[in-house]
Design a protein around this ligand. Structure first.
Ligand code: NDP
Ligand code: OXD
Length: 309
């Protein structure tokens, strides 16, 4: 019997997925929802929010998230015997490295202040500081946090990162666990959030965290909107404790038009575009995982349901 893959996410990207599957794996047809064909032939589901389908497809074997994050999934509604695999592919990494590098450089080179000066037609140079004097700290040392730090290190920034379990990354001061959190914050001038959204990270970026950072620190938020307490950030900015913020993820999304984040002059907002799955490399990643699954090997990106990421 044919074993097919069902794709249920952005239909334009779905067409690219179908074309690449047809080229690289002609024996594994990819169907784009809602054209599901025979439900019993579907063994693999690739989706952003797959719950309803995961419950109804009788022979489903694996659920793949189209994104790196899995917080959008209601894991309780995905049958326990189905492995859930998040997207690990180089396109997402490249996009995130570009976005965070640009944000950190913009902060380090005072571009928020120069934008305000430009509005006031002020021509006034600020002192150039060496990158080594700017201490960048990344929350989350996974696929994305590690890649971002490896690039920032090349500019000479003083790099550190924080994770749950101890990590070692060349040229990066690594902190682990709650006990090391405050020391990590105290040495961080630019805080980058690249944590998954879990019960432990929801609301993490709050007034206590902002108060622990050195006065005048900045924030780059690219994790998930509910990790940030926006009112606390705005308050910390009003008091000068936080100087500037680059925010790609908000709660809710889209950010309501009357939300005060829009009008804070040192906040830059983008609509959750820091990175995105790239269709060609994502198909390659899924095909490799199909091969592994059929060979009885562990797939790359299988999540730990109890940890939530
Ligand atoms: P990974 O799962 O590879 O890494 C997660 C990291 O966070 C790990 O180092 C983990 O620690 C750490 N972590 C998790 N929980 C805690 C905690 N409670 N305390 C301390 N550290 C913790 O994730 P990725 O790097 O692939 O992605 C990170 C997130 O980025 C995604 O979950 C998603 O929310 C976001 N994202 C945003 C995008 C955007 O466009 N804005 C695009 C793609 C992803 P440990 O190493 O010990 O497990
Ligand atoms: C992701 C995202 O998780 O785009 O991949 O946020």
């Amino acid at each position: 019997m044919t074993m097919s893959v069902l794709y249920k996410a952005d239909p334009v990207r779905g067409a690219v997925w179908a074309e690449r599957f047809a080229q690289l794996a002609p024996d594994t047809p990819l169907r784009v929802w809602p054209d599901i064909g025979d439900p019993s032939a579907i063994r693999y589901l690739v989706a952003w929010q797959p719950e309803d389908l995961a419950l109804t497809l009788p022979n489903l074997e694996v659920v793949f998230s189209v994104g790196a994050g899995v917080d959008q999934l209601d894991l309780a509604r995905i049958p326990a015997h189905l492995p859930v695999v998040r997207m690990i592919e180089p396109g997402i990494v490249d996009g995130m490295v570009e976005y965070v590098t640009e944000a950190v450089l913009a902060i380090h080179r005072d571009l928020f202040d120069y934008a305000l000066q430009q509005q006031a037609r002020v021509w006034k140079a600020m002192q150039l500081r060496p990158a080594a004097s700017c201490r960048v700290g990344v929350l989350g040392l996974g696929m994305l946090g590690t890649a971002v730090l490896e690039r920032l290190r090349l500019f000479g920034f003083a790099c550190a990162g924080w994770s749950r379990s101890p990590r070692e990354i060349e040229g990066v001061e690594c902190f682990a666990g709650d006990a090391a959190f405050d020391a990590f914050l105290a040495r961080t001038d630019v805080l980058v959030c690249l944590l998954p959204l879990t019960d432990a990270t929801r609301g993490l970026l709050d007034r206590r965290v902002f108060a622990m950072l050195p006065k005048g620190a900045s924030v780059v938020h690219v994790g998930r909107g509910p990790q940030l307490v926006a009112a606390d950030l705005l308050d910390a900015m009003d008091r000068g404790q936080i100087h500037s913020a680059v925010i790609d993820v908000t709660d809710p999304e889209p950010l309501p038009v009357d939300h005060p984040l829009w009008t804070q002059p040192r906040v830059r907002i983008t609509p959750h575009i820091a990175s995105a799955t790239r269709a060609d490399t994502a198909v390659d990643a899924v095909l490799e995982n199909l091969r592994r699954h059929r060979a009885g090997e562990r797939m790359i990106g299988e999540i730990d349901r109890t940890r939530g990421y």
